[in-house]
Design a protein around this ligand. Structure first.
Ligand code: KIV
Length: 346
């Protein structure tokens, strides 16, 4: 809300009235500015004329790149049919209902392609491996998550975007977690953050959610703990470990997590957690009985040679890309590209 609203003069049908100082939102000022330029102030009735205001002067004297037209979307341009983003409360309400569809996204173009079909887009720290070629997620930084998170928000307008908190950004204390989580929300425009871990981090989840930061939990196989776990094997094979994972999930849900990823566990564990916790569970290598599913997009598109057991390959992107690039290389070498079709001949 801009406190120093513009001075507005309203031209009614029969008389000119001076309206009091109005308090209007930045969006309204921006829309008004657009209609002013189009001459709507002269042609439409009832008419609104922006006479003078510090806000107006500021808008006219600078080319603003920070104003957004519609804060419920992340797009710089209005969509033909404005869509509202899914919110965290609406995601939460899907417990036991229509399964939630979540995929990872790290770039604006992929976000644009996935958005119409997904309820949630996860800017996973798996980007460390997928985008940056790192051996694991431990080296992923806040800067990476913030930059990719912002790109995904810019490329979407329907799905709720959740950003992973990288290793080392939240485990130290609830205050550290709050500082970094709030930075991610501010810099990306995402709806919430995801953190890996169990009981030990329940006070942190409580701290964040009670201060306005929605948290998605992540239990079972937690890849950021690879140095403790020694690998990415399925979790919960012993009774003790299975019990501990269920306790982790219950603690995170009771602390206020709005949803929970369950990764790489024996199926009965995922079913038990799904039955026990009040928030939706989202499985990856878990169970079809979870309240939703998530995959790394590049895995399900078949961009890598190796397909882990829990991945269903929906496309063969790596051979598709390889064939296209092979043809391009042949065309360049044989001077078949560019042809007249791609050239500016006159
Ligand atoms: O980082 C990630 O992509 C994830 C998903 C696999 C759940 O955490």
């Amino acid at each position: 809300m801009l406190r120093n609203g513009p001075f507005i003069r309203r031209e009614g049908r029969s008389s000119l009235k001076r309206a009091p100082i109005q308090f209007i939102t930045a969006e309204q000022v921006f829309v008004f500015q657009l209609s002013y330029f189009r001459g709507a102030h002269r042609e439409k009735s009832p008419r609104l004329c922006l006479v003078r205001s510090p806000v107006y002067e500021a808008l006219m004297s600078t080319t603003s790149t920070t104003l957004t037209l519609d804060t419920s979307t992340s797009r710089a341009n209005p969509t033909p049919t404005p869509m509202k983003r899914l919110t965290v409360p609406r995601i939460r309400q899907r417990k036991g209902g229509e399964p939630l569809v979540m995929l990872t996204a790290y770039t604006v173009r992929m976000a644009q392609l996935l958005d119409p079909h997904c309820d949630l887009l996860l800017v996973g720290d798996s980007l460390g491996q997928v985008i940056y070629g790192l051996p694991h997620t431990v080296a992923v930084t806040m800067e990476m998550m913030a930059a990719h998170g912002a790109a995904v928000v810019r490329g979407s307008y329907h799905a709720a975007v959740i950003v992973d908190m990288p290793f080392g950004s939240y485990e130290g204390s609830p205050e550290q977690a709050f500082n970094n989580a709030s930075r991610l929300l501010k810099e990306t425009g995402a709806a919430g953050v995801k953190i890996e871990g169990g009981k030990v981090l329940a006070p942190t989840v409580e701290f964040l959610t009670s201060r306005g930061i929605p948290v998605m939990a992540h239990v079972g196989l937690t890849p950021q703990a690879v140095n403790i776990l020694g690998g990415y094997g399925v979790r919960g094979k012993s009774d003790e470990e299975a019990r501990s994972i269920v306790e982790d999930a219950v603690a995170m849900a009771e602390a206020g997590a709005f949803a929970m990823v369950i990764e790489g566990v024996l199926e009965p564990i995922a079913i038990e957690i799904t039955q026990k916790v009040a928030c939706p569970t989202i499985g990856i290598g878990a169970s079809a009985q979870c309240d939703g599913q998530v995959l790394v997009t590049e895995d399900m598109l078949g961009l890598f040679e190796r397909t882990p057991k829990f991945v269903k390959k929906y496309a063969g992107m790596s051979s598709f890309v390889a064939a296209a690039v092979e043809q391009y290389a042949k065309d360049v070498r044989s001077r078949n590209f560019p042809s007249d079709e791609q050239l500016y001949l006159s």
